[in-house]
Design a protein around this ligand. Sequence first.
Ligand SMILES: *Cc1c(COP(=O)(O)O)cnc(C)c1O
Length: 389
Amino acid sequence: MKRVYFDYAATTPLDKEVLEKMIPYFSEKFGNPSSIYSEGREARKVIDEARQKVANSINANANEIFFTGGGTEADNWALKGVAFANKNKGNHIITTVIEHHAVLHTCEYLEKHGFEVTYLKVDEYGLIDIEELKTLIKDTTILISIMFANNEIGTVQPIKEIGQIAKEKNIYFHTDAVQALGNVPIDVRDLKVDLLSISAHKIYGPKGIGALYVRKGVKVDNLVHGGAQERKKRAGTENTPAVVGFGEACYLAVTDLLKRNQKTEELRDYLIKSILSTVPNVQLNGHPTKRLPGNANISFEFIEGESLLLSLDLVGISASSGSACTSGSLDPSHVLLAIGLIHEIAHGSLRVTLGKNTNKEEIDYLLEQLPPIVQRLRDMSPLYIQGGK
Ligand SMILES: *Cc1c(COP(=O)(O)O)cnc(C)c1O
């Protein structure tokens, strides 16, 4: 049976071009980039080239890019690194209730270590209120961490406005841009971002590598201590093949971005419109327009997202009921609860995320399979029957 993949927000397949660039660095070109003989120098050179490509993709300087073991590490480092390096200035951090767990659980950890964290609420679309953000800033605020685009509902925040406020108040601003890269143009200078997290496997690069952009002059403690790699900020022998792959993936991610987006948005809107018009008792989650081009998140009343996922899987369709981290647990997604969904509705949610190669045939296959599955699950649901539907 053919499989159709609709979970590009969870991870993406490695691009063929990316893989080809990586392969030599697993075997023939295995030198340690810290070695001064030619094998080492060659590895150093390709790492520097990759760093430049990553920097170009967000309009940063190469010396502001620090490779990490992925998006999660970049988020951990940004928060802990800024918190501990600036605790003489204050102990207050502002974030939002809809962040990825890489940020939320790091904040919980920091709360246990003397930091105070304020969790900004969001509206029904998942957007923060800029005026509310202003009122939360205190003399002790050292960091604002607000995600660029949400991984579950796709809502894109007003990053430039947040950056402006942070700059005026002299507070560091970190954004988790893991979902934004390759989907939204990013210019760290224009947006006035001080720290920004990205990850390769969300943009058709390898897993286990990401980067933290740290604007020149920002004070940040190390997360990982050891050797002198990454200009003494992140120790450990560089993962040369992964770095090379990440550089290439970043280059490809921002090439023809707007053209690619247009195609993806058209398919997404076709998908959303079709579901909303053919399946009763459904609602779209997230913002109607300020959302990632490939994200559709829809709640189906009277059913369980998990049952829906399993039924779709049986007909060859892979999607998500929220984030990969929440699937498998019985707690409804913290993001869906934050936008005001009641537990029952939040539980019946489906996240369909499109990739750059998603085509209309795949969408049509989903549109053909989904309505009868929803109906069958509802027919078995006591809630649906009680509702007299
Ligand atoms: C995937 C993701 C992460 C984690 O990145 P990894 O590279 O998988 O560790 C962090 N934040 C967001 C918004 C994500 O979507």
